[in-house]
Design a protein around this ligand. Sequence first.
Ligand code: MCN
Ligand code: MOS
Length: 771
Amino acid sequence: MSAAEATRRYGDSSDSSSTASGSVIGASVTRFDGSAKIRGAATYALEHHPANVAHAVLVPSTIAAGRVRSIGTAMAETAPGVLKVLTPDNAPTLKAASDWLGNPPARPDYQPLTAEIAYAGQYIALVIAETFEQATQAAHLLDIVYEEAETVSGLRDVAQGGGFLAEPMTREWGDAQAAFASAPVQIEHEYEMPREFQMPIEPNGLIAEWQGDKLTIWEPCQWLDGMARTYSEWFGIPFENVRIISPYIGGGFGSKAFCGVHDAIGAMAAKMLGRPVKLALTRPQIFSSIGGRAATRQTIAIGATEEGKLLSIVHSGASETSINETWVEPLGVVTALMYATPNLSSHQRVVRVNTVMPGAKRAPGENPSAFGIESAIDELAYEIGMDPLEIRLRNYAEEDPHTRKPWSTRQLREAFAAGAEAFGWSRRKPEPRSMRDGHHLIGWGVAAGTYPVRRAAGEARVLLLADGTVEVSSSTIDMGQGAYTVIAQTAAEVFGLPLDKVAVKLGDSTLPRAGVTGGSRMAGVMTSAVHKTAVALREQLVELALTDPASPFRALQANTLTVADGRISSPLADGPVISIGSFLAAIGKTEIDATRDTFAEIGIDPKDSYKNYTTIAMAPPPTAGDFSLHSWCAHFIEVRVDEDFGTVRVSRVVSAFDSGRLYNSRLAASQIKGGIIMGIGQALLEEGLVDGRHARLMNANLADYLIPTNADIPDIEVISVGIPDPHASALGGKGVGELGIVGVAPAIANAVFHATGKRIRDLPITLDKLI
Ligand code: MCN
Ligand code: MOS
């Protein structure tokens, strides 16, 4: 990668990016990486072409349980261009790596290619050839003999109470069962969600290149440190020997945060061949081998007074995981957080089925959890004839109902008020089926959402150059959410520089370290780290100006100087005003720099940070200190349901959200809109359909698994009601990235009920369920 490619600056856009003074942080600034992306100058991992690269194609199992009895490779091996065929018979064994939380592996070894099959789509062979076409052709020439065994295809194959209890998910206070049994109003229903997939446009995949025991990986990657660690453990090489390069990522949504099986196979192949290997997953392979959101079901029982005051919530849920690996999609997190209730009991079971291990999809946990509780509370409102917004305000939690800690900030009441006002909620007719436009039934629904404020370690280097420009670098990444932009804004503000004087380098694991870009934590972590580093560098600059023998400010005997608009000035009216660049030249320096991290803020020793995934990834939890820290939102949604055909269109969305202070109002709004769009897909379209006989995904492609297109999306109005939250981050911002999706699906289900009088408790809401 050339230096020019590695250093990213604003393009020549004359947009709002050149504000020299005033607050740059929070401003509505267009994407830093936008110009490069539009011009095609942003190169993605798999567009890289190392010399002598070989192309690999993975072969997935067509059975979901049993074993591969044999794989005949003779024809494939002699096909044109084929360099090697890897199967369970000849693939080497790697060392097992710790899991993403840093837990040591249960077994010492790891065989990414094995004959024992736990899910359809599990990789059983790799064909490597001179060209992609040759590898694809040869992959069809394998002679595979299977022994198929009985499968468990999904939650519906398993009786209620099956699986095992996920104990850390248990929440319990008061006597929820007794309080429910004696409550004057009782409702109890089951809510279901299917498997869903992240589906970023850029496929998962990698290019691996070995030089001796040094490994370079080009790969879209949400967590360079974490994935580099996994590669180093698999191959028994020092962490420092792994370099991952990931400057641009075409969407991740949780699917690119951890290494996958294909990574182990790809890097292994490159090592065996002694050549760089390129391996991209096909779209069906992304469906079957990158775990999406687990299918879930949950039962919620609410006991309340006739006036709608909650007395008890009894919640039990179940989520899918794979046969041999455990992923828990938390189902009770919002249930135990959103409303004040004197009694609550929440339990979750996890059920092993023949699927790839599920993973993180935008707001894992909060998203399905909100579908349950935000549907149930709505059902209660109709049961007692109360406005669905009123019932939410009546049970407003003034403190965290579980930890009993005060909220750091919770502008949810303000979000309800602002959203209702902009939406015109007061004009809503309460009765289902009471609003219509021709043969369209119109429904208005509301639901709340929340996402915790998570933190992690982050480290930044800030460099001040003689030309008066600033360069910020970190191994954090930008997958479209806006990291380049908010980092540039933060540095620009500290030096009073226009944004085009700031360069940002991200996405290279040799740069200063950073935790995972997951859990909507990175903007808070990185703006904190960059702000701290830039302020330290500004102080260093002032100190030099006051003390360096060659400094024009030295004679002033001042004890402070001002750095603004890219210039250093003295507080005296007639004192010198010198540009940063001229000053550096005057004292004979070409650059000065500082590096700082947020390790101390989250209580970890930087020396341990590679070893301890848990602290880097998860510390501290949002309720660790004196406060309970979360972002909040309220969605108001209008649907139009065709009375004859049962088709549902979302026709209007107003969402008000509290993410504390915003670093960039435009990008924050676009994050919330992106989440809402994904939520519309979840409510109306997305469903991984599993064949109950063979546990195979039947719609593993983007023609049959539907995600929203522009035509599905109405105008979305987004309103920020946040106030700076000093407990959340240095600049007062809370998370944005996942918040917007939480609560959308129940708001739509609630609107559909209002329109039709039909309560749909299993997503997606398709027309067959309405006619
Ligand atoms: N932001 C802001 N003010 C705040 C917080 C955030 O202006 N107080 C804006 C910034 O533009 C910032 C962005 O929101 O870059 C997201 O910040 P944050 O909430 O900290 O989330 P992360 O940077 O950690 O991004 C990860 C998050 C997650 S976990 C998923 S999943 C997701 C998401 O971001 N995947 C995305 N948003 C995505 N957006 C795009 N385009 N592509 C994805 O794959
Ligand atoms: Mo986001 S699902 O935490 O990457």
